[in-house]
Every structure is written in structure tokens, then in C-alpha cells.
Design a protein around this ligand. Structure first.
Ligand SMILES: [Zn+2]
Length: 597
């Protein structure tokens, strides 16, 4: 007896046996039971999800005469009457399957439609199934449209497509549309288990899980792969054999890559690729597995309970999820899937894989500190080398001043900050504007006045004054009280206090403010009211135009600059950093990459 491939042998003969498309089955079964039949159905979905199978079951349901020859339309075709058997065998004269991918012209459709005027030969209904209907030419669609508009009552159309976007709206609007879902890997795995048990073929759960994943939602593909695996494994399905057959990469390799990435260990990443190459494992398979694992990690981070706890990979996904921030996990996934597409362009697939892994390393956020990172207690700063040996790279450092925390961490990683990171010291740029404008003002005191700050020049020296200190205190209290609007706060921050009499009634306060927009009455009145509330007495605020030399904003910028310089000094003086710089001749600390915390 010849071997019948599993996909054909286990094609579901009825709705009950169909797995994974319960929503469609329910709707169709109800329609059949209540005899509320539409004349055209459109099934959409990727390959191998059951479009043709459902079409055949529908044709049987419409034409089944029952085991006793007396049956009518049913949601449970008997499977033994002539109609059921002939449709299953592909020889029922009133059921026609046309593949539009190979019969796209108007001739084939015209021939089919010409036959539509004749009543069914043996059955109750003629059923025309047109697969990949989006491939039809426009003329063919137009020819079909007329019949679709006024179909004879004995004629049913079943249209199927993997690409419903390409079906003209005039056709779509005349069909009852069902979207078939790609099958979940668990559904496929379970079904494979049942099939193999029936076939008395031993299998390891890991082997079925691999096939179920590789099938990407298509039951037909899963069954075909199972056929292959049975042949490959001489009648049994072991995980190792299936992995080899699929070119699938043991997840352990990918786990090691992520662990290396978590501690920014470039040498280990490159080593992992060498290991794959040595074993002859596919780079594409590694990236597939990396993307699959990143997807599980992302789920673990967002909805920890959603992962399948029976999957032996789940604990690993939870562990790795804790090592990366959610946005990093997204990036790992994205770089893995895009990198896979780029493999074909690489000189060879392993160098392509190395580049993808080094890209992941290059884009590691500079503040990322894995939970497991060792932190020596006595050293004020710790450096991690991310430069693969012999590879020239750029060093980048992040540090806290020792005063802020004794366990400060330096990360030395390659490349520029990733695009989602804040531009360094953005706020300083804003705060620097008045200071630089002051420099311009001091040179040309008469020309300056009404306008907004002039283009940036080198900032003048910062000279704190006693009044500035008092004003800084007052503004600090206003901010702490939170009772001040953003606009009035901006005025307070950008102003230099040049006169203050706290004994006078009302309190007299004169501020020098450069930006004309801040000298408008609204922020002035709001600040006046906030000051009065804070100081407990009425305040009269006078605003003068001019550059504020000692504003609270300027003081904050100076403080940040001081802490920055301190942090940079700590990094430059750090013995470990000095040792790294000596060891890697091309290493340098990227200017501006050191951030005080
Ligand atoms: Zn039947």
C-alpha cells in the first residue's frame, strides 16, 4: 500500500475535526443548521490554515444525502454517501476547484461561468471554489461579477485568498467574509501529537514544539514537515534530529548570546558565532531563535502571567527578561528580524550574524546595568570593556561622582548613543542662551535691548552675588511649594535680582530679565502673587530689560557643570579606566558621554 502523506490523510473530513478555526466553524455550522445560506463566501488567511478544507466540508454539507440517502443540508456531513466520498476524492462533478494563480485569465473563468447556467448534475448545489482569487485579471473579475450579482439559487461561490487587499471592493462587498487565523504553535503541537499517536510513531515533545514553531501557523506545513522528519529520523521524531533537519539552532546558543549581551561581553558574542560555525548551525536559524526568545521576553516583561508555563523555555525567558529593559528587548527583536533579512547581503551568513550581534552591542543603552553586574565596593568607578579583542572601538563612559554614590558604574561600550537616548545636556543648551547673550550684550550695551537673545557666543564668567543667593533661595522655595505656574516660574528662573528690600511695605523687588516675552504683564503678575503668598506680605515687582548674570537658571547650570567636571575627573583618574586606555590603544572616552547622577 502506498504511503499517503499526513497532510492528506489527516485533512479534517468535517467541522468537528477542524482545529484552530472555531470561530469560522461556529458561524458556518449555524448558517447550515438554520439554512440561512449566503451565495458567496470569502475565506482569507495565510497558507495552510484550512481554506480549501473548509470549502470542501461546506460543499459536503450542502450536498450530503446521509448514510441512508434521505439526508438534507447539514452541518454534519455523513462522510459515507456518494457526495461526501466523491468530494473527498476530488471527483464530484458539481464541486469545482479552480486555482486562480495558474488560471488567471478570462477564458478559464468564462468557461466556468458558462457552466453555471446549467443546474447541478447530481447534487443539490454547484459549488465553485476559486483559490487565490486575488490573482484573477480585472477582466476575469468583471466576468465573475455579473454572476456574483445575480447567482442562480443552486450556485455557491467559495473564494479564498491570502491577500484580500487585492480583491476588488465590488467583489468583496458581495461575499460573506471569514478570516482564518494562523494556528497557534500550541494548537499545532497538540494536533501533531494526536496524529503521531494514531500513526504509532514515537516522538519527543521538543521535536513537535520545533516543528510547530517552524510551521509558522500553517497546519499543512506542520504535517509536511512531520512527514519529512519521520523519513529523516527513520520512523521516530527525536528533538536533536528535527533540530538538525530544520537547521534550527539550540536555544542554548541564543541564551548564551543574550547573557553575553547583558554584560556587554563582545568577546563572548563573537565566540558564540564561532561555536555556531563550528557546529555548522545556521545563522538564520540563530536569528529566528533570537527573535522568538525576544518575543517571549517582551511578553514576560509586559504580561508575566501570559507565557505558557508548560513550555520548558519559559523560565529562561523570565530570567533573561529581568536582564533587559523593555525598550531594549524591543530593539533586540527588531534588530534580529531585520538582521535576518540582511543575511543574504552579507559576505557570508556568519559575518552577517556577527554584525547583527555587534549592532545589538553598539545600541545597548549606555545606562543599562544588568542586575548581575559585579560591583566592587572600594573602587569609586567600575569599567566594563565592550570592545572585542583586536577590534578597534570607541570607549564610552557613564559615571556618578563618588559623593553621590560610592558604587558608581562606568560602562565602556562602542559607538554613538542609540537614537532614543536624550541628547546629552539638552537643558544646559537652553540655560546657556541668556549667558551667551549676555556676552553679546556686554560688548554692545546700546544695541541690545528689545529683541530675543542674539546668537551664541562664549559665555561670560559667572560671578555670584549675595542678592543672587537670596533670590536663588526664594525661587527654590517657590518651586518647592509648587504654587507657581510654568510661565511665572520661567520668569523667576531666568531673572537676576538686582534690588530687594524685604523690610519695605510692599516688599520692593527689581528683577533684570532678558527675554521680552517674560517681561509681559501676565507672568509678572503671577510671580508677584506667588511671592506675596510666600513672603506673607504684598510685593511690588519691577522688571528691567537686560542680561541676567546671576539667575537661578545660571546657578543650576554652573552646578551641573561643576558636578560634570567632578565626574569626568573621577573617570579620568580611575585606575581601571587608565588601565583600559593603556591596554586598548584605540579606546578613548567619548567627550560628553560621562554623566553625573
Ligand atoms: Zn454525506
Amino acid at each position: 500500500m502506498s504511503y499517503v502523506v499526513l497532510a492528506r490523510k489527516y485533512r479534517p473530513p468535517n467541522f468537528e475535526a477542524l482545529v484552530g478555526q472555531e470561530h469560522v466553524v461556529q458561524a458556518l455550522a449555524n448558517a447550515l443548521t438554520q439554512q440561512r445560506l449566503h451565495h458567496a463566501y470569502l475565506f482569507t488567511g495565510t497558507r495552510g490554515v484550512g481554506k480549501t478544507t473548509i470549502s470542501r466540508i461546506l460543499a459536503k454539507s450542502l450536498n450530503c444525502t446521509g448514510a441512508d440517502g434521505q439526508g438534507g443540508i447539514t452541518a454534519h456531513p455523513c462522510g459515507v454517501c456518494n457526495a461526501c466520498r466523491d468530494i473527498d476524492a476530488g471527483r464530484y462533478i458539481d464541486y469545482v476547484e479552480l486555482d486562480a494563480a495558474s488560471n488567471r485569465g478570462v477564458d478559464e473563468i468564462s468557461q466556468l461561468l458558462d457552466q453555471a447556467v446549467y443546474k447541478p448534475v447530481v447534487g443539490r448545489f454547484k459549488v465553485y471554489m476559486i483559490d487565490e482569487v486575488h490573482m484573477l485579471s480585472n477582466t476575469a473579475f468583471n466576468a465573475m461579477l455579473k454572476t456574483l450579482e445575480e447567482p442562480p439559487e443552486y450556485l455557491k461561490f467559495v473564494l479564498a485568498t491570502t491577500d484580500p487587499q487585492k480583491v476588488p471592493p465590488t467583489v468583496l462587498s458581495r461575499c460573506l467574509q471569514f478570516n482564518l487565523r494562523p494556528m497557534a504553535p500550541q494548537t499545532v503541537q497538540q494536533h501533531l501529537g494526536t496524529v503521531l499517536e494514531n500513526e504509532h510513531i514515537a516522538s519527543e515533545p521538543g521535536a513537535l514544539r520545533l516543528i510547530a514553531r517552524a510551521a509558522r501557523g500553517s497546519m499543512r506545513d506542520a504535517l509536511s514537515l512531520t512527514d519529512q522528519a519521520i523519513a529523516y529520523g527513520s520512523g521516530r521524531l527525536g528533538e536533536a534530529g528535527v533540530r538538525q533537519m530544520l537547521g534550527a539552532v539550540d536555544r542554548g546558543h541564543v541564551v548564551r548570546m543574550l547573557d553575553a549581551l547583558a554584560v556587554a561581553d563582545g568577546a563572548a558574542l563573537v565566540g558564540a558565532v564561532d561555536a555556531l560555525r563550528g557546529l555548522g548551525l545556521s545563522a538564520a536559524g540563530a536569528l529566528d531563535e533570537l527573535a522568538a526568545l525576544a518575543q517571549q521576553m517582551a511578553v514576560a516583561q509586559a504580561v508575566p502571567d501570559a507565557l505558557d508555563e508548560t513550555d520548558p523555555d519559559t523560565p529562561q525567558a523570565h530570567r533573561l527578561a529581568a536582564l533587559f529593559a523593555p525598550d531594549e528587548t524591543q530593539l533586540i527583536y527588531s534588530i534580529a528580524v531585520h538582521g535576518r533579512a540582511e543575511l543574504a547581503l552579507a559576505p557570508d551568513e556568519y559575518s552577517g550574524l556577527v554584525m547583527v550581534l555587534l549592532r545589538l552591542l553598539a545600541f545597548r543603552p549606555k545606562n543599562a546595568v544588568p542586575a548581575s553586574a559585579p560591583v566592587p565596593a572600594k573602587v569609586p568607578a567600575v569599567a566594563t570593556v565592550a570592545t572585542p579583542p583586536k577590534t578597534p572601538a570607541v570607549a564610552k563612559a557613564t559615571a556618578m561622582p563618588a559623593a553621590a554614590a560610592p558604587v558608581a558604574v562606568t560602562r565602556v561600550a562602542s559607538s554613538e548613543p542609540p537614537p532614543w537616548m536624550d541628547a546629552p545636556f539638552e537643558d544646559e543648551v537652553i540655560d546657556a542662551a541668556p549667558a551667551s547673550a549676555r556676552a553679546a550684550h556686554e560688548r554692545e550695551p546700546v544695541a541690545y535691548g528689545a529683541g530675543e537673545p542674539s546668537p551664541s557666543k562664549a559665555p561670560a564668567a559667572f560671578v555670584p552675588t549675595a542678592l543672587g543667593t537670596r533670590w536663588f533661595e526664594i525661587v527654590g522655595e517657590l518651586n518647592a511649594a509648587g504654587s507657581i505656574s510654568a510661565f511665572a516660574r520661567e520668569l523667576a528662573m531666568q531673572a537676576e535680582c538686582i534690588a530687594l528690600d524685604e523690610r519695605a511695605t510692599p516688599i520692593a523687588c527689581t528683577l533684570r530679565v532678558e527675554r521680552e516675552s517674560l517681561r509681559a504683564s501676565a507672568p509678572c503678575e503671577k510671580l508677584q502673587a506667588a511671592l506675596a503668598a510666600l513672603l506673607g506680605r504684598a510685593v511690588r515687582l519691577d522688571l528691567q530689560a537686560g542680561v541676567a548674570a546671576d539667575s537661578p537658571a545660571r546657578r543650576e547650570a554652573e552646578e551641573r557643570a561643576r558636578r560634570q567636571a567632578q565626574a569626568e575627573q573621577i573617570i579620568h583618574d580611575d585606575p581601571l579606566v587608565r588601565a583600559l586606555m593603556a591596554q586598548y590603544k584605540t579606546a578613548r572616552i567619548v567627550p560628553g558621554s560621562i554623566k553625573p547622577h
